[in-house]
Design a protein around this ligand. Sequence first.
Ligand code: SAH
Length: 363
Amino acid sequence: MSAPRRGKPPRHFVDLSAAERGEAMAQAGQPAFRAKQLATHYFSHLTTDPADMSDLPAAGRDELVGTLFPPLLAPIRTLTADAGTTVKTLWRLHDGVKVESVLMRYPGRATLCVSSQVGCGMACPFCATGQLGLTRNMSAAEIVEQVRLAARALARGEIAGGPGRLSNLVFMGMGEPMANYAAVLAAVRAFIAPQPEGFGVSARNVTVSTVGLVPAIDKLAAEGLPVTLALSLHAPDDALRRELVPITTRWTVDEALDAAKRYYDATARRVSIEYALIRDMNDQGWRADMLAEKLTARGRGWVHVNPIPLNPTPGSIWTASEPAVEAEFVDRLRARGIPTTIRDTRGSDIDGACGQLAAEEGP
Ligand code: SAH
């Protein structure tokens, strides 16, 4: 067999519409209700192993399951931190390319940070994935498989803390989710659809993080899904933002913030502003004031700010802000009435800033 070429993953049950699932059953000579049985195994029992599916007739079961659930993700490396409650996995996809996901368990919740693209085309200079460039989009099934495998590890008690449930999903792994809109939205729908058509988790527990592709923000706002939007702003002024988030030469800071505010108006979900604090780059007090002004100019209560100390990428000249500077930045935002919480830096000792592990592994 020749080596698989980079590109489209094999057909997978998750990528099929209800009608296509029905057709696949007919083609396999199976009654239509098998599609629901398969969905139950996948989304409720979190399995793709025919041996677990004793409600399907033994004859033809392996073929049916094998053709609809081809393996899409194979683990290459697993790293743990925080006494086993943070687990980062590097996955190999069917065509040999690599992506990462990180599971973070807290008392009462478990969050999975997923990748949505192999690499990323946004080229943010402080981000490890940004340095890789874009290889390809991930399919909905490839995104959802990250979710199923994390949920299964939790359900089976394989994560420190005993058996548990996956409660939160954040698109803060590799890639720009808004640049792979259709697959990301299909994955979100699979996450929030009630069982057995999906994992049955609340839309409120999903966060889509974006550099700020304005038309896609408006499109998401119109979907009528109360998912949380995170806008990676990183600078309140256009001159610096163009350097840190180069794709945003297309939209000014004001245009990105207007879109974020429209998102809040449409969904009533408070928007998160992501701000990686980089020493002597974007961490000046005046920039905190300017950010606070731009946010309050658009109203109150619609936004909160999540600064995170930069997790320096190998070879980068940039580093995290001094703790005192970080504290001052936060104080200035809070003093102007902006709810502000420093983002958790869990897993930074295992290259938790996604993309770093894949970059280190090489092609
Ligand atoms: N493309 C999406 C998702 C990317 S990762 C986006 O840009 O929002 C999620 C967040 O991590 C983004 O806010 C991104 O800017 C930030 N990030 C990337 N590299 C980082 C680093 N080295 N240190 C801290 N935050 C980083």
